[in-house]
Design a protein around this ligand. Structure first.
Ligand code: ADP
Ligand code: ASP
Ligand code: MG
Length: 449
């Protein structure tokens, strides 16, 4: 049975309420290879928890947010056929949540914030396991923190692949023979046993990591769209679902903003050649996208993505013309703060690059420290309110006419920066955030419609 093991992950909207979870349970019991189920927090819960963790709220405001969370969880609990089986556990998780939410050091301690953020996934895994049991299958709720070892970079922890592999074989694999294991996405624990999280949207990454650790053949990402599209279907209704994608294309799309997959999801899949499926838990009959190593077609244009919340940093020093090693010092500072620079252009006296800067993120905090340190060695200019729009494809720099068609499509827009050539899979533009919807639509119309 386990030779074709499948790991199925269900996102926030898929586990938003009893009815939605029921659809997930049908998908799980309908495939006997699915022995591991990874779940997100119910839709909206993590946003409520982030609000509690990052805002100084009055006691009444805290009560209000907790009430909203309680309502969502209790609505699911009260729809269960046998709520009494799990209600004590759910109530104790809600109590634990309240303790963190009211902790006086919460707003200053990253470890407490992650402990609080983990509560959404911990509650939904309990409820999802109960609903799968209603479909007549044995299902247990497994605490992923026993196997998902990470470093202690709270809010954006890095998984320790080797240890996760060993612990999963020891502690998780034996369970699969007895029952369907329902576990939490997004969360992990450091070597001291403190709860960590993998960054927003991290449940996809968890599913791929567990698939790798358990030697799974496939990993399904069940969400609210019927696959990966040519662009975010929320930007244009002309977006089309893609039947097939390569690991490289999917990784590029995820890195450059296709929120349907967490950016790191493809790493384990690529390492172990695990086929990844993306589909809708509401409409599983509509099929979805298969992400595989070798695709039948590798078209020059595959998709258009958009990544929000970018800052554009330009550093300048008149000395750059003469001083060797300046760039080395700059990148030493960037690397020290663990930031990754995706888009970069240089001239003789200046370097411009983009940094991800989502509000309330670890990156935002690190960016501030990095820029402060850079300003000690050079002139630093920071421009905000940019998005990056990317065309993802194949062999883009070698095929004739590929880039000129893209440039023609965006001829009417102000392009603050262009990056092309370093990677055969992408051509990116930095544009004003107010233009990015239109830039995506123009590119999509020209390349796909
Ligand atoms: P989940 O909660 O299931 O993880 P997400 O909201 O994280 O779901 O991801 C699904 C959403 O990703 C879709 O509703 C869609 O708006 C967005 N998205 C962005 N780019 C794409 C794309 N290229 N294809 C499909 N969905 C996309
Ligand atoms: N619940 C987490 C979030 O909202 C993780 C996830 O959904 O993947 O970011
Ligand atoms: Mg997601």
């Amino acid at each position: 049975m386990l030779h074709a093991l499948n790991v199925a992950k269900f996102g926030g909207t898929s586990v938003a309420n009893y009815q939605a979870i029921n659809n997930c349970a049908k998908i799980v019991v309908g495939n006997q290879n699915t022995r591991v189920v990874v779940v997100s927090a119910a839709a909206g819960i993590t946003n409520h928890l982030v609000l509690l963790a990052n805002t100084a709220l009055t006691s009444e405001q805290i009560s209000e947010v907790i009430d909203n969370i309680r309502k969502i969880e209790l609505a699911i609990l009260n729809s269960l056929k046998k709520p009494s089986e799990v209600e004590d556990k759910l109530f104790s998780l809600l109590d634990e949540l309240e303790v963190y939410a009211r902790h006086e050091e919460l707003n200053f301690r990253d470890d407490l914030k992650d402990a609080l953020l983990s509560m959404g996934e911990r509650m939904s895994s309990l409820l999802v396991a109960a609903i799968i049991r209603e479909h007549g299958e044995e299902a247990i709720n497994f605490d992923v923190r026993k196997v998902m070892r990470t470093d202690d970079r709270f809010s954006e922890a890095t998984p320790d692949i080797e240890t996760i592999g060993k612990l999963s074989q020891q502690l998780l694999y034996p369970e699969l023979k007895k029952a369907i294991v329902v576990t939490q996405g997004f969360i992990g624990s450091d070597v001291q046993g403190r709860t960590t999280t993998l960054g927003r949207g991290g449940s996809d990454f968890t599913a791929a990591l567990l698939a790798e650790a358990l030697g799974a053949k496939t990993c399904e990402i069940w969400t609210d769209v019927i696959g990966v599209y040519t662009t975010d279907p929320r930007i244009t209704d002309k977006a089309k679902p893609l039947p097939e994608l390569s690991f490289e294309e999917a990784a590029e799309m995820a890195t450059f903003g296709a929120k349907v997959l967490h950016p790191a999801t493809m790493e384990p899949a690529l390492r172990q050649d695990i086929k990844v499926f993306v589909g809708s838990s509401k409409e599983p009959e509509k099929g979805g996208t298969w992400i595989v190593r070798d695709c039948k077609h590798e078209p020059p244009y595959r998709a258009v993505t958009r990544r929000k919340d970018q800052v554009l940093v330009t550093i300048k020093t008149p000395k750059m013309m003469y001083a060797q090693g300046f760039l080395e010092r700059v990148f030493h500072i960037i690397a020290k703060h663990d930031l990754s620079v995706d888009l970069i252009t240089t001239s003789e006296i200046a370097v411009s690059f983009t940094l991800d800067n989502p509000p309330n993120s670890m990156s935002e905090k690190m960016n501030k420290e990095t820029l402060l340190e850079l300003s000690e060695i050079c002139e630093v200019k920071v421009e905000r309110d940019y998005d990056v729009v990317t065309v993802v494809g194949n062999n883009m720099h070698s095929a004739a006419g590929v880039s000129s068609r893209i440039f023609a499509a965006v001829a009417d827009f102000n392009l603050r920066m262009i990056c092309f050539g370093a990677n055969v899979h992408n051509l990116s533009f930095v544009v004003d955030k107010n233009d990015s919807d239109e830039v995506v639509k123009a590119l999509h119309a020209s390349l796909f419609e």
